[in-house]
Design a protein around this ligand. Structure first.
Ligand SMILES: [Zn+2]
Length: 440
């Protein structure tokens, strides 16, 4: 028996050359279809004066225009009900999704039977990579709605041959009961909810450490990439925590494998990932940080071609011991392009700083990250509001945070401990960043 098992050995371990051949063949098929009958992309390609014939090698992909979320939104506003990014007659579409609409109007997205099955296959591959198998029972303690969340994984579990239990419409205790009664082995939920389940289990004296759950897969929050959160969840559940990454506009595109603590593989047989300088649109050097641009190759009915995700990432150089040749994103999503701030010429994501700071904090501790101007220079400082317990280790915490921030950001950040209970509680990471640099 080989050391690692794969969902699709041939593509997952293909050489770079064969992978690029797979990508190129699929890209050409996609472009031919889209150029025949997708009004949205016909318009975009004609504006750019480019057609499928101009794409002769993978390198030619840069001739194709980028697509932004705003373009899709405007298209749907101008062309109700579903916009014009539809390659097939409306009657062929069977699935409806919409984005949560945190930025602007929600975007609607339609899938055909084929594209839904395709995205399910990407999820099945992701589940397989974290060690799930057909014998598993996967539980989704989640109220399914029109948003993409967990639909892909649910379909993936079915396609893999596992049993999938939908756990909507229940309270946390009922979900815990379901999980134990049915000997659930894989739990699919956000890190926050995994912690909430553990909390209620503790209140009700339910022993989850000895439950059958051996794998937790989260999406939506970068929990598995934050060591302190990962450790806490894994200890409480006596299970391994993994991440996957997806977007409504492109579907599940990256997964963690059992050999990577903080990186994900991009499903390169089904996606073409590019990392660009968000200002110039040019490719950055391999391993440098930039914006992730994705083309999905199996959803020709409503594709996203060179879609700008606004997610900042960097490719991880080197090979993964799991044997998969799909390239990796180091640290997963490092931050959102729109959240990036520039401090003395260095790109900083407050969310990433938050992840580092949280490694040192315990329950009851609070922090704020403040950007301010001193002299004419942009500065950053971290305010810590420590509980009694952490207060006893204040020096160690302060030094640790300063050192870790310096090595990861290459920036000196001041840490200040404020009197207890002065910062107030915040449930949202975004509220923990305060920008005082506004110049009037
Ligand atoms: Zn791997």
């Amino acid at each position: 028996m080989e050391k690692f098992e794969y969902f699709d050995r041939k593509v997952e371990t293909a050489s770079r050359e064969s992978l690029e051949n797979i990508q190129f063949t699929k890209l050409k098929t996609l472009l031919d279809k889209v150029y025949r009958s997708n009004p949205f992309y016909i318009r975009k390609f004609e504006e750019r004066g480019v057609s499928s014939e101009d794409i002769k090698t993978m390198g030619d992909i840069v001739k194709l225009p980028f697509t932004s979320k705003i373009e899709f939104q405007e298209d749907q506003e101008k062309n109700p009900i579903f916009g014009t990014n539809l390659t097939e007659p409306l009657e062929n579409y069977v699935r409806y999704l919409q984005t949560t609409g945190t930025t602007g109007r929600p975007l609607k997205w339609l899938d055909t039977k084929e594209s839904w099955a395709w995205s399910g296959r990407c999820s099945a591959m992701s589940l397989w990579a974290i060690g799930a198998r057909p014998s598993d029972i996967v539980f989704f303690p989640f109220g399914f709605g029109p948003h993409a969340a967990y639909w892909g994984l649910f379909e993936g579990a079915l396609q893999m041959g596992a049993m999938a239990i939908p756990g909507g419409g229940w309270d946390t205790f009922q979900r815990l009961e379901c999980l134990l009664n049915n000997k659930v082995t894989v739990l699919a939920c956000t890190p926050t909810y995994a912690l909430r389940l553990a909390e209620v289990a503790q209140e009700k004296n339910i022993d989850i450490r000895n439950s059958a759950v051996r794998i937790i897969i989260d999406g939506g929050e970068p929990g598995a990439m934050v060591p302190s959160v990962k450790k806490r969840i894994e200890t409480l559940w006596n299970a391994k925590l993994f991440d996957y990454i997806g977007l409504t506009e492109v579907r599940i595109h990256s997964f963690q494998c059992t050999m990577q603590e903080s990186a994900v593989h991009v499903i390169e047989s089904e996606f073409i990932p590019e990392v660009i300088d968000p200002d110039t649109g040019a490719h950055v050097e391999e391993g440098e940080m930039g914006e992730l641009v994705l083309t999905n190759l199996g959803r020709s009915c409503s594709p996203a071609i060179r879609f700008r995700t606004h997610d900042m990432v960097k490719f991880k150089i080197g090979h993964c011991p799991c044997g998969r040749t799909f390239r990796m994103l180091d640290g997963g999503i490092l931050g959102r392009k729109d959240d990036m701030i520039v401090i003395r010429g260095i790109n900083v994501f407050p969310s990433m700083m938050g992840n580092i700071i949280q490694n040192y904090l315990s329950v009851g501790d609070e922090y704020r990250i403040v950007a301010y101007i001193k002299g004419s220079l942009n500065q950053l400082k971290v305010l810590l509001d420590l509980s009694d317990e952490s207060g006893r280790n204040r020096e160690k915490i302060e030094k640790g945070i300063v050192a870790d921030l310096r090595s990861s950001l290459e920036l000196r950040v001041e840490v200040e401990i404020v009197p207890q209970n002065t910062l107030g509680k915040s449930d949202y990471k975004s509220k923990r960043f305060i920008d005082q640099r506004e110049i009037r």
